[in-house]
Design a protein around this ligand. Structure first.
Ligand SMILES: CC(=O)/C=C/C=C(C)/C=C/C1=C(C)CCCC1(C)C
Ligand SMILES: CC(/C=C/C=O)=C\C=C\C=O
Ligand SMILES: [Fe+2]
Length: 545
């Protein structure tokens, strides 16, 4: 490992390796914990440095290990006085361990970045989450558990013993990762949960110290059908709703966990309409009354999991002949209210959904918006690390649009899919979306997302989409890679876009900063600089002061 410290040495602000404020009981393994005690500063591996940057210092796709960093951040511009609270962002931030370099963006070890705002000032912190996957990998110098594109426990032999051993590792969950690199959520009871798509990856963290507190152990074990979960549970002050794809009996369980409880209760279940397995369930949508369960042709590969082998799309098969469907379930009774066939689609992230009323004032249809990749799964391959590192100036980002489904609730067999606005407005790139959370499940006007300024190989703009006027406002900085724009409302706000949008940006000069945009005008009002470059990350959450 080659040390990589130039931006740290040039740091304009305080840099300290802070001692743990409070060590909470952590059920992760003792060897793993001992190993984590070694303080590590930002590092990238030499293998990465050769391929990272297309001649720039961009840190987005480099491993930035910070096992405990905390410091003051320099503020440029003016932070609103009302912006008091903590923005947390999660994502993969370490793609190398020992001599092993991961292949895909989704493989990297979960990394938290914190920016806390207090009356115009900001402090930051940065740490890896101490999952069993991360700790065993750092202890042994190689990945031990199955990540998205890696099957380290695979026994390649064809003999029965090896096959049984592979299957047992998966069926018990022992061989699967608990690396919670997708989302970070503040639950209604104040706990902060990080997760990816294995249920065992549900890990609680301390939002101040970024300490790993341990696993959220759900009180009710839902068996084989409960081992995989959506990467984006929907959280309100009162509950967490999520969808668990069931590979054993192809379908989906919709579950609720009340704030303050660890018990996931099954609301209802939908059976798959097509294919041998459920479609990938990274996220889903809700309206005020309904849960919308999408079933797309990118389906879990049961044999990839059981045999610990890679499928054509790592853990998935693309099975267009299996059809595309949308299921609508009542949020309260679990009763199925619609199941329609829709045009082929490929969506990782759902933006929002709402009910459309008929003339009698009752819900006649459900409208569901998503970041839709024109029914093409090639976006998965676009996110391979060597492509992200080496094709920066090439126009290889597949086209995407705001896909708007209309699902009739009158028993019709088919639903519609249309393009909500001219995709040229956002450069035909569209993913990593958010909305004002007050409008969750309701008719809404604005979506925030990452768009494209072409040529590019990854979304490189922030875009505010007006779904009523069908216009957008874009933010772009040459060579920079911003993460999901996250909306924070001004206390007392009346308008949907009264607030700020926060994103973390990896800059072309090797810098890293949190960008604060006025959500109404989409103009920059402040940037808050870290003293070193930050890796790319996925999703964020807001914890009010
Ligand atoms: C998109 C994103 O942030 C993360 C995606 C993670 C996925 C699809 C994880 C998949 C899985 C594993 C990492 C282990 C094996 C099970 C499976 C759920 C396929
Ligand atoms: C980076 C990404 C998905 C992340 C999952 O949370 C998708 C990017 C799509 C590009 O348009
Ligand atoms: Fe996501």
């Amino acid at each position: 490992m080659a040390s990589h410290l130039p931006t740290l040495c040039a740091a304009p602000c305080a840099f300290l390796l802070s001692p743990p404020r409070s060590r909470q009981t952590n059920p992760l393994s003792a060897t793993a914990r001992r190993n984590a005690a070694r303080a590590v500063t930002a590092t990238t591996s030499s293998a990465e440095e050769a391929t990272t940057d297309c001649g720039t210092k961009l840190s987005a796709w480099t491993s930035v290990r910070q096992e405990r960093w905390e410091g003051e951040l320099a503020v440029e511009g003016h932070l609103p006085d009302w912006l008091n609270g903590t923005y947390l962002r999660n994502g993969p931030g370490v793609w190398d361990v020992g001599d092993h370099a991961f292949h895909h963006l989704f493989d990297g070890y979960a990394t938290l970045v914190r920016v806390s705002f207090r009356q115009g000032h900001a402090t930051g912190a940065h740490r890896q989450i101490e999952s069993d996957a991360y700790m065993s990998a750092t202890a042994t110098g190689r990945p031990v558990l199955r990540e998205f594109s890696q099957c380290p426990s695979n026994k390649p032999g064809t003999n029965l013993l090896d096959r049984v051993s592979n299957a047992v590792g998966v069926l018990t969950g022992a061989a699967l990762t608990d690396n919670p690199n997708s989302a970070v959520l503040r639950l209604g009871d104040g706990r902060v949960l990080c997760l990816t798509e294995t249920t065992k990856s549900s890990i609680l963290i301390d939002p101040d110290t970024l300490d790993t507190l341990g696993k959220l152990r759900y009180a009710h074990v839902l068996g084989l059908g409960g081992m995989i979960q959506s990467g984006h549970p929907i959280v309100t002050e009162s509950e967490l709703l999520t969808v668990l794809p069931d590979l054993a009996r192809p379908g989906y369980q919709v579950v609720r966990m009340e704030a303050g409880s660890d018990e996931r209760k099954v609301i209802g279940r939908v059976d798959c309409r097509g294919g041998p397995t459920p479609g990938w369930m990274h996220s889903f949508a809700v309206t005020e009354k309904y849960v919308v369960v999408p079933e797309m042709p990118l389906r879990y590969s049961a044999s990839s999991l059981i045999k610990s082998e890679l499928a054509p799309y790592y853990a998935f098969d693309w099975l267009p002949a299996s059809g595309s469907y949308m299921h609508v379930m009542c949020r309260f009774t679990g009763k199925a209210v619609a199941s329609v066939e829709v045009p082929p689609f490929m969506a990782i992230h759902y933006i929002n959904a709402y009910e459309e009323e008929g003339e009698d004032g009752r819900a006649a249809a459900v409208v569901v918006d998503c970041c839709e990749h024109y029914g093409d799964p090639s976006i998965i391959e676009t996110l391979v690390l060597h492509r992200l590192r080496s094709l920066r100036d090439k126009d290889v980002l597949p086209n995407a649009r705001v896909g708007r489904f209309r699902i009739p609730l009158d028993g019709s067999q088919f639903g519609e899919l249309e393009t909500a606005l001219d995709p040229e407005e956002h450069g035909r790139g569209m993913d990593m979306c958010s909305i004002n959370p007050t409008y969750l499940g309701k008719r809404y006007r604005y979506a925030y997302a990452c768009g494209a300024r072409r040529p590019c190989n990854f979304p490189n703009t922030l875009t505010k989409i007006d779904l009523v006027e069908k216009t957008v406002k874009n933010w772009h900085e040459n060579g920079a890679v911003p993460c999901e724009p996250f909306f924070v409302a001004r206390p007392g706000a009346k308008d949907e876009d009264d607030g700020v949008v926060i994103s973390i940006v990896s800059a072309v000069d090797g810098g890293g900063y949190a960008l604060v945009l006025d959500a109404t005008t989409f103009q920059e009002i402040a940037r808050v600089r870290f003293p070193y470059g930050l890796p790319y990350g996925f999703h964020g959450c807001w914890i009010p002061a």
